[in-house]
Design a protein around this ligand. Structure first.
Ligand code: ZN
Length: 415
């Protein structure tokens, strides 16, 4: 009901002018008094693990992320208990608890999580209501898409051909069923023409039966599909940022996490270690971040000194623990049967914090936020703060004031 209320408000008030604005690549020749709205790009990375990333940064294999670290603030991002993608993203975009916003996991009451379940107003709706233009691409748990003051392309949990339940599969745009994957509908034909028939989400991991006796070729074939999907996403993001620039843009990558679950590089004798799988391609998971860094390079081409860039991760991913030795569920992936060596849905979310990297005007440079003081609840309030929009009462987080330069103080002291 709530959803219907906030959707219809956006539809009736902002839909058409907003879309027109989004399609016009040139800055509006607005009245001189109109102050441009801040430009904010949020890049979500599903399951970004700092333990894997730090050596890559040191070795110079993630030059784009390194440049963001140097130019901005970063730190761990406290996540929710038993974190998984839909559970954390719904928290991230509403700043409310999963139990409050209705999206508690991949399945809710046996049904794949979807936007009809959302009981709290998400950031894209709040921004749209404030005339901020919004662009969203492949954000998890945004299917079926909702009306916004711009565009929305759904992400993880989109249902389609060979992916009836929408859980960890990869329907192509033209093969989506059970709802719209693109808002406005007219944009779908444009995307098919200019970007191609891309996969909406990363590939499902092969089953234990598929792997048995054919580990290396099956792993390589799967990784090659992952690379294809990433290249398609890269093209999609570049196209959207070039042809449909919006004040606020939110784009998400999810292949990293999927690779980490079963190809996390690890020494023998860990719980769940299976030499035929885990010794096959130990470089595959770090390579995902190197590949992500190239996508980040594409996004950075659209980031100028006046743009705020957020890179956020919903959770990390860690190897299985000794106490899971006897828990058969700990060795499976999300109710399926791919043998996993790492996971993130630990009861204590502090075992697998996410991470965030932010740069932009007035953001501290080369600044590290210590501990777990920043949380996934704080991202939406921080974005609202940038737009000068009052934080709604239901949001639990707070704007991350510690990452901003204290300009007033500097002025007062003459520094
Ligand atoms: Zn995962």
């Amino acid at each position: 009901m709530l959803r219907r209320i906030f959707s219809s408000v956006i539809l009736s008030v902002f839909l058409l002018p907003g879309l027109a604005a989004a399609q016009d690549a040139k800055p509006a020749k607005a009245e001189p008094s109109a102050k441009p709205k801040p430009k904010v790009i949020v890049v979500g990375v599903n399951g970004m693990e700092l333990d894997i990333i730090r050596p890559l940064l040191l070795k110079g294999q993630m030059p784009n992320l390194a440049s963001v670290v140097n130019r901005g603030a970063y730190g761990k991002l406290r996540t929710v208990s038993s974190p998984n993608c839909p559970r954390v993203y719904s928290t991230l975009f509403t700043s409310t608890q999963p139990e409050e916003n209705g999206v508690t996991g991949f399945l809710v009451g046996g049904i794949t999580a979807n936007t009809n379940m959302l009981k709290q107003e998400p950031i894209w709706s709040l921004l749209s209501s404030s005339k901020v233009t919004v662009g969203m691409a492949n954000v998890p748990a945004t299917f079926p898409v909702m009306p916004v003051n711009g565009y929305m392309i759904s992400g993880m949990l989109t249902r389609g051909k060979n992916c009836d339940d929408g859980v960890l599969c990869a329907p192509k745009l033209s093969e989506v069923t059970g709802g719209d994957a693109v808002y406005p509908k007219t944009m779908q034909a444009e995307l098919l023409k200019n970007v191609g028939d891309f996969f909406i989400d990363c590939e499902r991991m092969p089953s234990a039966a598929d792997l048995k006796g054919h580990e290396l070729p099956v792993i390589d074939q799967w990784l090659s599909k992952v690379q294809t999907i990433r290249e398609q996403q890269n093209k999609l993001f570049d196209y959207l940022l070039s042809k449909h620039p919006t004040d606020f843009t939110f784009m998400v990558q999810s292949c990293e996490d999927r690779v980490g679950h079963w190809l996390y590089p690890i020494s023998p004798f860990n719980v769940g270690y299976n030499a035929s799988v885990n010794s096959a391609r130990p470089e595959a998971f770090p390579n995902q971040y190197i590949a992500f860094d190239k996508v980040l390079g594409t996004i950075l081409k659209h980031v100028d000194d006046e743009t705020y860039l957020f890179i956020v991760s919903d959770h990390g991913i860690k190897p299985l623990r000794e106490f899971e030795q006897k828990d058969p569920h700990a060795h499976m992936d999300h109710e399926k049967d791919t043998p996993v060596i790492a996971k993130h849905d630990f009861a204590d979310g502090d075992d697998v914090p996410g991470s965030f990297f932010v740069m932009g005007p007035g953001i501290k440079r080369d600044f590290r936020v210590m501990g777990l003081t920043a949380s996934v609840y704080d991202i939406a309030p921080t974005i609202l703060h940038l737009y000068g929009i009052e934080q709604p009462k239901q949001m639990h987080g707070h704007a991350l004031s510690e990452i901003f330069e204290k300009r007033e103080t500097a002025a007062a002291t003459g520094n």
